[in-house]
Each structure stands twice: as C-alpha cells, then as structure tokens.
Design a protein. Structure first.
Length: 276
C-alpha cells in the first residue's frame, strides 16, 4: 500500500498571487465561499484529515462530493429558483446547517468545534506580553470513503470575524489535507487548485457564483499586475519533494535571510508545472 497526501487548496486570486504567502483576502462580513476541484487520483480516505486556516476569520468547512453552489445544493442565495428553504437563513450558522443537511450522504468531511476548538483565548499578561487569541488545530472529521479519479468535490468554506476586526480585509488560507490509500508505486503529493469560486455575503446578500480565475488573472495582467501568475489545476509530485523544498528553504533562510526568501517565493511558483 502507498499513502498519498491530498492538498485541496483555495482559489488563488490575483491578490493572493502577489502576496508573499499567497493569502487571499476575506472581509469582515460573514460569508460562504465555495469552489470545486477534480480528484487527480482515486483511492480510499485514511483518517485523520486536517485544515490549515487562519482562525481569526475561520468559520468552518464542509467537503461535499459533486459540483455545487449554495443555490444548487440547498436552494440558498438571493434570486435562487431552487426548491430550497422557504425563508433565507438568518445567519452563517443557519446557512451552514442547511448546506450540511442538503449534502446528506454526499458529505465527505466536516469540522467539529464541539470535539476540539479551533482557537483559544488566554489571559493577557502585560509584563510578558503574552496572552490573547491563539490558533488551534480544531477537528476535521472525514469518514473512510472512496475518492473517484476525475470526480468533482466542492469545498464550502465559512468565514466570520472572530478577532482582529481592525484588519479588513484579512489575509486567509484554507487548505484541506488528507491521506489517501493510493495505487502508485510510491507515495505522492497531489495538490489541487480551483479554476473558479463563489462567494455569498449572508448579511449584504451579495452573491457571486462561478467567478472565473482565468478571467481575473487576465484582467490583472492587462493592468500590469502579474504576481506569481495563475495557480489553477493540479500537480502531482513524489511525497519526498516537499521535504526537499523544506531543506532548500531552510538553507536559503540561513544564506540570504527571511525577508529576501519570502520576496523570491512568487518566482518559485512560476516554475511549477500545473495540469488543467
């Protein structure tokens, strides 16, 4: 048996592409984000799975088999003509609940704050400067299930302000990692990036579906904003490669320093080969 690592990543907008840590901006408004990726490999999910996200704006995550939006899955959103809720949800928690219920047996993964919190607040000590809010791993439940190669899987990511409200927009990551019982001759790392995404601000009612990242990057390039270029599709590499990246990165940090290493990170992204 070989064990592959799947990294389901977030939409890399032009703003994210020029950010040194490739973070995409989220506002203080509670919102539902969604994007769909295709599985480049098949295999059985092997728990545990985990999420990397900045908890100051993290409101939860669902992974659903199929290609959906809130409207197509649960009839949610302004002007949605589906057979969903008779009344719109009163807030983000209700929107999440409706999406989860509508997913039914197609739900693959979900986070659970009841099992483990995704952040803590510690008493502040003015003498030492410690205390305040701290990220925690939280809990992500993925039942053992079979991923089908080429099948669509939709991430519903919920954002809401938990602290640091003065930072608006807030730089965010949303990465879902899981182990998969693969069939390759050696363990691999499969990274997937969506080609489009959607966002629904549940307070303002602003609902944008199928925002094309190719078009966003083309518009940015026409204005002279190149950043790191498009990160769309998937890339499969030997699982040993990230360890080599880490070793090379540490060596570079020691050689040229932290700031210069980060400044050169976008150029490294341009050299990566992505499959559509």
């Amino acid at each position: 048996m070989t064990v592959d690592v799947y990294a389901r990543r977030y939409p890399v907008t032009p703003v994210a592409a020029r950010d040194r840590l490739t973070r995409y901006p989220v506002s203080n408004e509670p919102a539902v984000w969604w994007w769909t990726v295709l599985a480049p490999r098949g295999g059985r999910i092997l728990p545990p799975a985990w999420v990397h996200s900045h908890r100051a704006r993290y409101g939860g995550l669902l992974l659903v088999e199929g290609s959906y939006s809130p409207c197509s899955l649960a009839g949610l959103g302004p002007n949605c003509t589906g057979s969903g809720l008779a009344t719109p949800p009163a807030g983000l928690a209700e929107a999440r609940r409706a999406l989860r219920e509508a997913a039914g047996s197609s739900l693959v993964c979900e986070d659970d704050e009841q099992l483990a919190p995704s952040y803590v607040r510690l008493p502040e000590d003015p003498r030492s400067g410690t205390g305040g809010y701290y990220d925690r791993p939280g809990s992500l439940r993925c039942e053992p299930a079979d991923l089908s190669r080429g099948a669509a899987y939709t991430v519903f990511s919920f954002s809401t302000p938990r602290w640091a409200r003065g930072v608006d927009p807030f730089p965010q990551h949303t990465m879902l990692f899981m182990y998969v019982d693969g069939s390759a001759s050696e363990s691999e790392l499969a990274e997937t990036f969506p080609a489009s995404y959607g966002r629904w601000g549940v307070e303002s009612g602003e609902y944008r579906d199928s925002i094309d990242l190719h078009e966003e990057h083309a518009m940015a390039a026409a204005q002279g904003d190149v950043g790191a270029g498009e990160m769309i599709g998937y890339r499969i590499s030997p699982a040993s490669e990230p360890m080599q990246w880490l070793a090379d990165g540490l060596a570079k940090l020691l050689r040229v320093g932290f700031v210069k290493t980060l400044a050169e990170a976008p150029a490294a992204w341009r050299q990566r080969k992505w499959e559509p």
